[in-house]
Design a protein around this ligand. Structure first.
Ligand code: MTE
Ligand code: MO
Length: 201
């Protein structure tokens, strides 16, 4: 039996010139799929996106109306709490600011709800002012179901569990109502640069 060869150890890839990684993260080239349950498949003709801004004030878009909203192409780095990061990912999506345009949200948090039952909570501040999108394309192609298609939240400056796949409802809340992973001990905000992985971090 040969000794365990160094070749078996994962070699840390060199960072591209000028790139930075949050603490405790390593680079991957592939695009891992992380889903807490099966991939939902909702036909586009029954899909809609609803935003609940305040009591008695909601907005709803069916697929065609959603796709008619002005979209942006963004190139961002993404960071999963399980420690992989991926640099320079290219997405197309509708800014959450657009979904909230002219609204007067009655709370300072949002609860994001998905097909399949996944939820996550975020400060409203973290999904506004150009920091978050509802993305429908990745790398120039419609978003694959496994990666959240037809549409997912994209909040690249926070750990990627906040980027809820198969998003259907964004609900403004007064209190920070813990979501799926947050209830299981993950951090309520999840800033990778501050390494906010677990609730005590
Ligand atoms: N609806 C839903 N969204 C989700 C998840 C999930 O299980 N269900 N997993 C989260 C986690 S932990 C990560 S790292 C990313 C993974 O996205 P990906 O599968 O496209 O890489 O989605 C996040 N959004
Ligand atoms: Mo994750």
């Amino acid at each position: 039996m040969p000794p365990i060869s160094r070749g078996f150890r994962r070699r840390q890839r060199d960072l591209p010139e000028g790139a930075r990684l949050p603490p405790g993260q390593h680079l991957v080239d592939d695009f891992p799929v992380l889903s807490a349950g099966p991939t939902p498949h909702v036909p586009l003709d029954t899909w809609d996106l609803a935003v609940y801004v305040a009591v008695g004030e909601s907005r709803r878009w069916d697929w065609d109306a959603f796709r008619a909203l002005p979209a942006e192409t963004v190139t961002v780095d993404i960071h999963c709490v399980t420690s992989w990061s991926k640099l320079g990912t290219v997405w197309e999506g509708v800014p959450v600011d657009t979904l909230l345009a002219d609204a007067d949200p009655f709370g300072a948090f949002v609860s994001v709800e998905c097909d399949g039952g996944y939820t996550t909570n975020l400060p409203l501040e973290d999904v506004t002012n150009g920091k978050a999108w509802v993305a429908f394309a990745y790398d120039g192609a419609p978003l694959e179901p496994e990666h959240g298609g037809p549409a997912r939240l994209l909040v690249p400056h926070l750990y990627f569990w906040k980027s809820a796949k198969w998003v259907r409802r964004i609900v403004v809340t007064e209190d920070d109502e813990l979501g799926f992973w947050e209830t299981l001990g993950y951090h309520r905000r999840g800033d990778p640069w501050r390494e906010q992985r677990y609730s005590g971090d």
